[in-house]
Design a protein around this ligand. Sequence first.
Ligand SMILES: Nc1ncnc2c1ncn2[C@@H]1O[C@H](COP(=O)(O)OP(=O)(O)O)[C@@H](O)[C@H]1O
Ligand SMILES: [Mg+2]
Length: 167
Amino acid sequence: MSNSEATPLATITSQPLDEAAMTALSRRIAGAVHTPATIFLRGDLGAGKTTFTRALVQALGHTGRVKSPSYGLLEHYELGPVNILHLDLYRISDPGELEFLGIEDLLEPSTLLVVEWPEQGGAALPAPDIEIVFSPGPGKNPASRCLAFRAYSDSGVGLCRFIDTLL
Ligand SMILES: Nc1ncnc2c1ncn2[C@@H]1O[C@H](COP(=O)(O)OP(=O)(O)O)[C@@H](O)[C@H]1O
Ligand SMILES: [Mg+2]
């Protein structure tokens, strides 16, 4: 489900964050996530979704590259206790392609599913615990992004409360 019509259980919005501040926040969030968890990342091309995910994946122990999965659709990181699935649905032409991938079958108790362009996934995606909406910060060539967090489950609300203490 795209969740665009669901009412969030909690919402918080950050001040403008430069890249260093945003990735620091992502690393703190990585340390607080309890799996299984699903995070939707919304925002235009260049909004910062992959940058945010890269910091999250590295904070959980990945030392190699974190590629944008725009072409491959899915990148998978097995990091001991956490199993990250990073999906980028920008290029899929219809949610049927995702059903073919059988995403529900890939989900385990240890899975952290992070989805860029979840609006392209339709019913083939699980509902998110939390959604992060990336918007450009102020100015013509913004050097920052504002992040809005919306929780849709109890664990998402817990995470939102924690994030609130960091902002
Ligand atoms: N918080 C931020 N402030 C300033 N620039 C950022 C921020 N986050 C990301 N960027 C820059 O924006 C560009 C695009 O980011 P990317 O994460 O690839 O976007 P997306 O995955 O949403 O398309 C990169 O050059 C990155 O360095
Ligand atoms: Mg991206």
